[in-house]
Ligand binder design. Structure first.
Ligand code: TRP
Ligand code: ZN
Length: 862
């Protein structure tokens, strides 16, 4: 590693100081041009700390044209300028500053700040992108009143949008148009946005609970307008839901959503002007899967819910990111749960924690939901901050109950509306509204790692007494050696006893025990219902006991979870044996029963009938026996398909007819049908007709894609012809092509390397577009473990080359892609040395971004 690289600084939570200046108002003028945009920022500034004389504004990748202080043009020796900041000494307590900068939006491939792609100007300011627009106090605790004037050619850019209310529109004498916007709510600069371009629009109105009318406006790529109507309806449902469940109403006259294809993440909650990745807005039954519809509704909800949890009350500093993200993910999960199958929603959320989040905690990037040091903030938009953050909020909800939680929310808004606050402020509001001491609970904010909760049973036959001994222990993580016991809300039920309803036990120390009097020897405790705490559970249940829970528990999640435990046990035995492990008769019976008599919740039935994915199994091993896991999964699937061949077919035929629309029953039916198809495709005799028929006759993308996937996994010889057909049929729709790219890249055959090379030459592929890049490489690294982890290192080399290529274009996306290389210590020695070499190649590269460097250097130091 070079000396320059080693000296890259961390920012620390402990170093937080309140701002010495406030920016009371920010008036921005943009003269928009793809290669030469001039930004004039007029700031009204007030000194807050009279001892401070230096004003240091951050700025990056900017060309400074001029600075005026109180109306006087400054010369170059009146200020200090470097590639990160503009500093000046100020004598006055109040003054104006007018700063002119020049930008080249078209050359901005990082997609942070102001960028130009697909003939559209667009901004992304969170976390620290605003400093790529003008010199500013780019921190979330500086709240300012924003107004903005957008000037552009009206033929090319008929729509000129920004936050708040449109207060002026006129044509200038030179033919350009000026549109002026004013946002009445003070906000941090990360919530600023502008968009300029030509779009299809879709609009509607919404009546709030208090009777105000809000204009809802969607702006999408020309020709795609009809694909935005589901998102628009989702938005209305989200607005209604937030009024009913949280008593929160929208606060502006207009709510705009713009969909763009060039975007680094899912979506962004800019005040009154959300910007979305087009894949989370544009859906139709023909082009999008049920999962896509689900994601659209949940992300539309997520960004809308930020209006209160994020925008009205924002973060004091970026270490507090989970204040808005954990809480908003919790809110969007609750929304989704009310809109569809509650159990399957919970299962999906838990899968994210158990695979991605547990893996992150076990990796060199481990951090608490409130990190304490950061090199590049963009690296901390993580499953830990978001999803584990949401689990922590969920535990508060479990501990306080709905009424107590809502009382806490009301107090939080009463105290902090219009402020930039900390996670502690949030917990304090919950504590004060409920008169409950949450001191010990706060450890969840500072402690990283995954607690292991072990449960031991003992039964005293004479006294008819069952005792559960619980123990919690959090193993050390890369960032923290010492761990303390955490507050764990444990939901449980006792099967085969009179006390059959679910109860709550709050564990606060390292050890605890629970006794049940007057119970039979056969009474069976079901622990951690609904995954009431984000822990790894260890127990000594037999297959028979687990299968009993899977059939008898009243909690749907617990049924599924018991089966997960079974699968893990069987897989561990298969790996230990190194040969085929015969699945128990009890499983075949249980599946046979489900296939002949599915539960009312068909989507849950489909989940119960699934062999867990590689990632689920891998997370439970160290070192990870890649090949043995993959072999065992293949063998399990083969056993199930053969033993239950008739039942799969029977159930498949029962569920065959579905109407295309996205409704809970149809979604469940499709999920179950396509699970059956997955197993049918493994049987040589019925491949052809069933697969071909479903592919040709599909009335939804869900069914069509399921047929393709089943054909691929089943090794169907006609697969390539189907892929060719699909690629041609959907050439015009990049979002569908992304699915096709992904399917190619997840081909478990060595031919995938040549295929990926060809995909990168495809005329719809672009290294500049994160959706295209992710479609190929996310699929390759996450859905193709066999080829990615090849023992000749070819998979790792491909990813390393890709990260290098991408880092020069878009460091934020490059740094997300590098993640699978970081956990090198979890593999066998051969793979370890290959991965280590890959990491070293990245660390040694001159000019590697902070984004990639932060992760790679941590990995190498681990
Ligand atoms: N705040 C956004 C959300 O959770 C996340 C986000 C969108 C983001 N774009 C970003 C974060 C760019 C970092 C960088 O809804
Ligand atoms: Zn968010």
């Amino acid at each position: 590693m070079s000396a320059e690289a080693l000296s890259r600084p961390f920012k620390r939570l402990a170093d937080y100081l309140p701002p010495a200046f406030s920016i009371e108002s920010t008036d921005l003028t943009f003269e928009l041009d793809p290669v030469n945009t001039v930004v004039t920022a007029e700031l009204q500034i007030r000194r807050l700390d009279s001892k401070v004389v230096e004003l240091c504004l951050q700025g990056q990748q900017l060309e400074l044209l001029s600075v005026q202080y109180k109306g006087h043009l400054l010369s170059a020796d009146d200020y200090q300028l470097d590639d990160k900041s503009l500093r000046l000494t100020v004598q006055d307590d109040r003054f104006s500053l007018v700063i002119k900068t020049r930008l080249q939006p078209q050359a901005n491939t990082a997609l942070e700040g102001l960028y130009y792609a697909n003939n559209t100007f667009c901004t992304q300011c969170e976390a620290e992108g605003f400093q790529r627009i003008t010199y500013y106090l780019d921190r979330p605790d500086v709240l300012s009143l924003f107004s903005s004037s957008l000037i552009a050619d009206p033929q090319q850019y008929p729509f000129l949008l920004s936050n708040g209310n449109k207060v002026e529109q006129r044509e200038l004498t030179d033919g350009r148009r000026l549109v002026r916007w004013q946002d009445p709510f003070p906000k941090p600069c990360y919530l600023f946005a502008l968009v300029a371009g030509d779009f299809d629009t879709l609009s509607s109105e919404y009546q709030t609970a208090s009777g105000r009318t809000v204009q809802l406006e969607f702006y999408v790529e020309k020709g795609q307008g009809s694909k935005a109507s589901f998102a628009l309806e989702s938005l209305k449902r989200a607005m209604r839901w937030d009024e009913e469940r949280f008593g929160l109403e929208y606060d502006l006259e207009r709510y705009m959503v713009v969909a763009v294809d060039f975007f680094n993440m899912g979506a962004m909650e800019n005040k009154g002007l959300n910007v979305f990745n087009s894949k989370y807005v544009l859906v139709s039954e023909a082009s999008a899967t049920d999962k896509d519809f689900f994601n659209v509704e949940s992300i539309i909800g997520h960004e809308y819910f930020h209006n209160w949890t994020g925008n009205r009350v924002t973060c004091r500093d970026w270490f507090q990111l989970s204040l808005k993200e954990g809480l908003t993910v919790f809110r969007d999960q609750e929304f989704s749960r009310d809109m569809g199958s509650a159990t399957v929603n919970r299962i999906d959320a838990v899968q994210v924690i158990r695979t991605a989040q547990f893996a992150e905690d076990a990796s060199p990037m481990a951090h608490p939901i409130r990190p304490e040091q950061v090199m590049e903030m963009n690296n901390f938009y993580t499953v830990t901050v978001y999803d584990k953050g949401a689990e922590v909020i969920r535990m508060l909800h479990t501990l306080l109950g709905e009424a107590g939680f809502q009382a806490g929310m009301r107090l939080y808004f009463q105290r902090h509306d219009g402020q930039a606050v900390t996670c502690d402020d949030f917990v304090q509001a919950m504590q004060d509204a409920n008169q409950q001491d949450l001191t010990a609970f706060r450890r969840w904010y500072q402690q990283s790692g995954t607690p292991v909760l072990s449960v031991k049973r003992s039964y005293d036959a004479d006294r008819r007494q069952l005792t559960l001994t619980l123990q919690q222990k959090t193993p050390p993580t890369a960032d923290q050696a010492q761990k303390q016991p955490l507050v764990l809300p444990i939901r449980y039920q006792l099967l085969g006893s009179k006390r059959s309803s679910s109860e709550l036990f709050v564990m606060t120390s390292a050890q605890a025990s629970l006794t049940f009097d007057n119970v039979e020897a056969t009474a069976l405790p079901v622990v951690l219902e609904d995954f009431s705490a984000p822990v790894r559970l260890q127990h000594d249940y037999s297959d028979a006991e687990l299968l009993r829970i899977a059939t008898e528990a009243s909690n749907g999640f617990a049924r599924w979870d018991a089966l997960q435990s079974c699968w893990l046990g069987w897989l561990q035995q298969a790996v230990a044996k190194g040969e085929s492990y015969e699945l128990p008769e009890g499983l075949f019976d249980f599946y046979q029963q489900l296939l002949h008599q599915p539960l009312t919740d068909l989507a849950l039935t489909a989940e119960l009938l699934k062999v867990p994915d590689y990632a689920v199994f891998a997370e439970n091993f160290s070192p990870i026996p890649v090949d043995a896991i993959l072999d065992a999964i293949t063998d399990f699937r083969r056993q199930l398909s053969q033993r239950l061949a008739g039942a799969w077919l029977h159930c498949y035929q029962q569920q065959r007819q579905t109407t295309p629309d996205y409704h809970e029953t149809n979604v469940g039916q499709r999920a179950l049908k396509n699970r059956c198809l997955e197993f049918l495709a493994l049987l040589p005799e019925c491949n052809k007709t069933v697969l071909e028929q479903q592919y040709r006759n599909a009335n939804t993308m869900t069914d069509q894609l399921a047929a393709l996937k089943a054909a691929q996994q089943g090794g169907y010889p006609g697969f390539h012809t189907l892929m060719e057909d699909f690629g041609k049929a959907w050439q015009h729709d990049v979002l569908v092509l992304d699915k096709w790219f992904g399917l190619h890249a997840s081909n478990p055959d060595p031919a995938v390397f040549a295929q990926i090379e060809a995909l990168c030459q495809h005329d719809k592929f672009s290294w500049q577009n994160p959706n295209r890049v992710r479609a190929v490489f996310h699929a390759f690294t996450m859905l193709n473990p066999g080829q990615f982890h090849r023992l000749d290192g070819r998979g790792y080399a491909l990813l390393t080359d890709t990260v290098i290529q991408l880092d020069g274009i878009n460091p934020q996306v490059a740094a997300r892609l590098v993640t699978p290389l970081l956990s090198w210590k979890r593999f066998d020695t051969e793979r370890q040395s290959l991965l280590r070499a890959a990491l070293e190649r990245l660390a040694d590269r001159a000019g590697i971004s902070d984004d990639v460097f932060e992760k790679v250097s941590k990995a190498l130091a681990s």
